[in-house]
Ligand binder design. Structure first.
Ligand SMILES: [Ca+2]
Ligand SMILES: [Ca+2]
Length: 489
């Protein structure tokens, strides 16, 4: 243990140095221009990017081991054909701020976009920032998309050459149960809680949104009519609540056979009060109490797993389109989720927390120059996507990135780079993840510290133990001292 602590402390100084270079712009400059292109595995032409962005998918993906029952053969195959980042995290544990961050390359603590009510362009920092799709456009890529990439009203038509179903309509119609039948779960929750409904719906895939958008993406790829290089983005809305999916996906997970998440009784006993004031634990309608009272935990877990398998089928549909196209050998497929979600752990049934369940995301890269079956436990963040694309695809951007390219990890999956991932949920409300540790500091200064080697479920808060003072301070040093106020206007 002591060795590990010492090693970590020593290595943090290297990370700090890299962060300094990054902030000073030196690293950013070195990533740009044609010299980096030549380095991308000897490719003569710039690769296409097929970007698959899932909404609210946690680590309940077969290859990530988050849930032993999860059936996700398509995502598993994608990971097996490329590289899986097993320690990838979100910049913010909710849709809007996370997407604002990875689309701009700038972290919430620098933009002030912390909550879904913050519009991306209302941040004075992001007012004129060239966002990721636009940057591809400016670099000569053909840029198209469908589904949820930007968060709702943040969608910007001029970032794209083409969008489906329309340039200013990012999502097609989808089936929703009639109000008279809601909520499908049958608990007498207040109406404002119906958005968190779950249950099987009596329609085939063809009447659901993600199946439709996946079909468009697959057709577009299979048409062989996209001009190259291209950036094609598919934004998948499930497994975001409400957890509705066709019955056949529920049938894949018989209720009596589902394994429930591993939960420690009274897990919240050793966390600060501030931790109880975020996440669904803090919601007035107390979802956890409802689930306990009506015994619905198992059904909710089943519904989430059902939606995950539905999503996986949609992923498979898009990938089949690519495999049957002329682009399959020159396209890098990147799959991520915007953040994770709790399913009862720490009495939460939501995102909006700074624990592993909410911050950890699937991230996989597959395609030319990426070794099949490679895996890295290096902490990475969705903020690293834009700088990575900039390097691989030669995007000439001057965005002051808060992340950095992960091509060094792709080239050396087993190497240890001692990177750090920071997640933000408000000014001075941050979580830091290293390879082995998580440190959380709330805006009232209260703290949590978890040793992921010995305590992967973050059950035992070590923050108050004097013997961990050094490691705690080393992790805390990665939290930016200056943090933007909320940008909401
Ligand atoms: Ca989301
Ligand atoms: Ca605990």
């Amino acid at each position: 243990m002591n060795n590990r602590l010492n090693e970590n402390v020593k290595d943090y100084s290297l990370v700090s140095r890299r962060r300094f270079l990054k902030y000073s712009g030196l690293l950013g400059l070195s990533l740009m221009g044609c010299s980096s292109l030549k380095k991308w595995k000897g490719q003569n032409t710039r690769p296409n990017i097929l970007f698959l962005c899932i909404d609210d998918l946690n680590d309940w993906v077969g290859c990530m081991g988050g849930h032993p029952d999860a059936k996700t053969p398509n995502m598993d195959r994608l990971a097996a054909n490329g590289m899986l980042f097993t320690n990838a995290h979100c910049p913010a544990p909710l849709c809007g701020p996370c997407r604002a961050a990875f689309l701009s390359g700038i972290a919430p603590y620098n933009t002030g976009v912390y909550k879904n009510r913050n519009r991306l362009r209302n941040s004075s920092v992001l007012e004129n920032t060239v966002l990721m799709p636009k940057s591809f456009k400016e670099a000569g890529y053909y840029v198209s998309g469908t589904g949820k990439i930007f968060h709702e009203a943040d969608h910007e038509p001029d970032n794209w050459h083409e969008y489906w179903p329309a340039i200013d309509v990012p999502n097609p119609e989808t089936y929703a149960p009639p109000e008279s039948e809601m909520p499908l779960h049958g608990m007498p929750v207040p109406k404002k809680a119906w958005g968190n409904d779950f249950g099987p719906i009596p329609v085939p895939n063809e009447e659901t949104r993600d199946w439709k958008t996946a079909g468009w993406a697959a057709r577009r790829l299979r048409s062989n009519e996209l001009s190259e290089p291209f950036f094609l983005a598919w934004g998948c809305k499930k497994p975001h609540v409400p957890l509705y999916a066709p019955q056949k996906y529920f049938d894949m997970y018989p209720l009596d056979k589902i394994k429930m998440p591993v939960i420690l009784e009274n897990d919240l006993d050793d966390v600060p009060q501030a931790a109880r004031e975020i996440g669904s634990y803090s919601w007035p309608w107390k979802p956890h109490e409802y689930f306990k009272k009506y015994g619905k935990q198992r059904e909710c877990v089943q519904a989430y797993l059902a939606c995950v398998s539905y999503v996986d089928d949609c992923v498979g549909r898009v990938l089949k389109g690519l495999e049957e196209s002329s682009y399959k050998d020159n396209t890098i497929v990147v799959l991520v989720s915007d953040h994770g979600i709790h399913k009862g752990e720490k009495e939460n049934w939501s995102k909006y927390t700074l624990w592993e369940e909410a911050t950890r995301v699937p991230m996989m890269f597959s395609g030319p120059g990426i070794k099949s079956g490679s895996e890295s436990a290096e902490p990475v963040n969705l903020l690293d996507l834009y700088p990575t694309f900039a390097q691989i695809c030669g995007l000439k951007t001057d965005v002051p990135f808060d992340g950095s390219s992960i091509t060094d990890i792709i080239a050396n999956p087993k190497a240890v780079f001692n990177r750090i991932s920071v997640t933000a949920y408000g000014p001075h409300l941050n979580s830091v993840r290293s390879r082995d540790w998580r440190y959380i500091r709330y805006d009232d200064g209260s703290e949590e510290l978890y040793n992921h080697i010995e305590d992967p479920y973050e059950w035992h808060n070590l923050a108050s133990k004097p013997e961990f003072k050094t490691i705690k301070e080393a992790l805390a040093a990665h939290i930016p001292q200056k943090q933007a106020e909320s940008s909401r206007k």
